[in-house]
Design a protein around this ligand. Structure first.
Ligand SMILES: O=C(O)[C@H]1O[C@H](OP(=O)(O)OP(=O)(O)OC[C@H]2O[C@@H](n3ccc(=O)[nH]c3=O)[C@H](O)[C@@H]2O)[C@H](O)[C@@H](O)[C@H]1O
Length: 441
């Protein structure tokens, strides 16, 4: 039989060797000594655990106290009011990324036609958050409540689905920007992968499950050379981490459709522009620099070939989003279980008419009546692709009424440029947001 000491300190060669010649007395003494040491250690550990737990609960309640910008009766009332449907056959839509460029326009369009809209946005500082706050005020003025929260916050999402039985989720929250992915790769994983999964988990568990329409990207076509880009073309050659996370999103959403019966529609947006647009995009930053007399960098492809984009006007994107919501079909699952097949769709939303970057600069110069100080450089290996060109016949066929032939696709740059010349920066603040809405058509 091994002694107690041997049991406590199993012998390994050269370590804790027991001298078996010791008397019982000595063994008893040592046994007693080690028991009391253990007892003291146990007491110490219990005290340590207790203080850790109470500290942890203090931190938890403290962080909840300081960070919780949601919850409570008043908050729930605001959410319910905002989600209220005001037309027959309408929908209640949770719009993620509501204070973003596309999110703002889609939320307003839904609200205008009588649908219920609740916005969610984390107001991150990828670009000037005061622009996002200005968009939020605009939405508030139209009766849309925008929650300051993150799609990675599963508890918040669960609470939202508890308060409102959303029929649809318009998922637009994402880390945008192709080139920024080299600077901050993790932000793409955080929002476009982890956040997406958290959102899908909440949708899958919701009862009833909502139908989901979400923003993929033209960038998934990557180095594809077949033009125009059709939904059936290969998308396995992403040129940037941004593109890779959007492509991953398409695969992830497919899984949730397959396993849980969620109705999913992915929209591949092609370089969207318009009022309230993103300051990090070329049309915006070029305009700002030209107005301020600063140089602009114009990238050029291999063999001095100009880069080109299928720039798409925001109204056409909004039509595509609403058309997708209207035709999404229902999710079939409940209680986290699939009850039948649900739609899984992917559409291009583009203009079908690429414009080169130098042509964009030329149009801006004409409308601004100012010459750009151009610095033409070879496109660095930063994730850019040489061109994009959408085939949107699938969207046109499917959305029928929403995208009548010729309506959704053919806005030429010359028509939208006056929008851009209205861009004015007052210091670093967006104090005249109304300017962003001036109608010109
Ligand atoms: O369709 C998409 O999926 C993506 O569209 C948009 O990406 P892009 O098409 O890259 O738009 P944008 O930055 O306006 O650059 C336009 C052109 O200007 C060139 N460009 C750009 C900057 C510069 O300093 N110089 C320059 O020549 C540049 O090389 C490019 O040729 C969204 O930002 C992105 O979030 C995603 O939604």
């Amino acid at each position: 039989m091994p002694s107690l000491e041997e049991e406590l300190f199993p012998s390994t060669p050269g370590k804790f060797k027991i001298d078996r010649g010791h008397t019982m007395n000595r063994q008893f003494h040592r046994c007693f000594a080690s028991t009391s040491t253990m007892f003291l250690w146990a007491l110490f550990l219990i005290a340590l655990t207790a203080s850790y737990l109470s500290f942890q609960s203090f931190v938890d309640s403290g962080s909840r106290y300081f960070s919780a910008s949601w919850g409570g009766i008043q908050w729930e009332k605001q959410v319910r009011n905002s989600a209220q449907i005001h037309r027959s056959g309408g929908m209640s839509v949770l719009v993620t990324g509501a204070a973003g460029f596309v999110g703002t326009h889609v939320s307003l369009a839904l609200k205008r036609r009588g649908d219920g809209v609740v916005g969610l946005d984390n107001f991150n500082n990828y670009y000037d958050p005061s622009l996002k706050k200005a968009r939020k005020s605009l939405l508030n003025n139209h009766g849309i409540f925008v929650i300051d929260g993150d799609i990675n916050d599963g508890r918040l999402l669960a609470k939202l689905f508890d308060v409102v039985a959303f029929t649809h989720v318009m998922h637009l929250a994402a880390q945008a920007g192709v080139r920024y992915a080299m600077e901050n790769p993790n932000s793409y994983v955080h929002s476009n992968i982890a956040g997406l999964v958290t959102l899908l988990e909440a949708c899958k568990s919701a009862n009833p499950q909502p139908s989901i329409v979400w923003a993929s990207s033209s960038s998934v076509y990557g180095l594809n050379e077949k033009v125009p880009f059709s939904e059936s073309d290969r998308t396995d050659q992403p040129a940037s981490l941004y593109a890779a996370t959007k492509k991953a999103g398409e695969e992830i959403t497919h899984t949730y459709n397959h396993i849980y019966g969620l109705s999913i529609t992915g929209l591949r947006f092609f370089t969207v522009y318009g009022p309230w647009g993103r300051p990090d995009m070329a049309y915006f930053s070029f305009t700002r620099n030209i107005l301020q007399g600063k140089p602009i960098t114009v990238y050029r492809g291999k063999n001095r070939v100009d880069l080109a984009r299928d720039f798409t006007y925001i109204d056409d994107i909004v039509k595509g989003c609403l058309g997708s919501l209207d035709t999404s079909g229902k999710s079939t699952g409940s209680g986290g279980k699939k009850r039948g097949a649900a739609p899984y769709r992917i559409f291009n939303l583009g203009n079908t008419s690429p414009v080169t970057v130098p042509a964009l600069v030329g149009i801006l110069e004409r409308h601004l009546k100012m010459k750009a100080k151009k610095n033409v450089v070879e496109m660095p290996g930063n994730g850019d692709v040489p061109f994009t060109h959408a085939n949107i016949s699938l969207a046109q066929k499917t959305f029928g009424k929403q995208l009548r032939k010729g309506e959704g696709q053919l806005r030429q740059l010359v028509f939208w440029a006056p929008h851009i010349v209205r861009i004015r920066l007052y210091g670093s603040r967006w104090i005249r947001p109304k300017l962003w809405l001036d109608p010109i058509f």
